[in-house]
Design a protein around this ligand. Sequence first.
Ligand code: ARG
Length: 271
Amino acid sequence: MKNTYITRVLVCRPSHYQVNYSINPWMVPGSVNVKRAMDQWKTLIDIYQRLGVAVEIIDQEPQLPDMVFTADQGIIKNNRVLLSNFRYPERQGERSPYKKWFLEHNFITLSAPDDCFFEGHGEAIFWRDKLLLGVGFRANKEAASAISKKLGIEVIPLQLVDPKFYHLDTCFFALNSETAFFYPQAFSESSQKMLQKVVPQLFAFTNNEVTGFAANSIVTDHHVLINTGCPSFTRRIRQLGYEAQELKMSEFVKSGGSIHCLTQVLSQIIY
Ligand code: ARG
């Protein structure tokens, strides 16, 4: 069994974070407590630093409230990043500051054709030597073959069917090379079967867990960072031999995101 040790991440300081439009069912404009959001984000950064993860920080542009979700910005394989083509105009402006950041930090940036929509690791999750891609709400089928060609990796598209779980990282969580969790009802029947085929030990999230953003957890080494409000998931993670740490991410859940969305993994060791 192989685990992942995250060594370097990119996060965005939420200086201009808010919810002022609605492009998913979680978003209620005007609902965010800005000060609390900053405190929750700082706690996440402290934990990364304590766990020995190098943290790179990008500043937020005032007119781009969802820029805080760094995971969505691109798909990274080694030093190459395939920049996202955001579905909604509200988020399309995020591409340019991130492209600049990646170039300044020695990444090679790649682009997919304009008719391919996908939003980085919000919906592209590595599974062993393959990439799982949630399609239907933000990503389209065309993206699967474009990503595969550009990054030279087999892409398995998974059909998402519930608008509340619009990104793969809201309904699927990979713990290690053998074990993952998913919320069956968020996937079409054939995609449920596909996951059962490729994941040896596949557990189902309960409704409470998935709506508490348990799928948006992050695992590094033997530590799992989990949004508060999913106590049964925390228990299950501990039973599997991992150290679970709960963090309150309530202000980001109001935008439809949590720990995983706020974290772009720049490098990791699989051991
Ligand atoms: N408000 C953002 C959106 O709807 C939230 C994105 C969260 N990202 C994620 N990977 N789930 O696009």
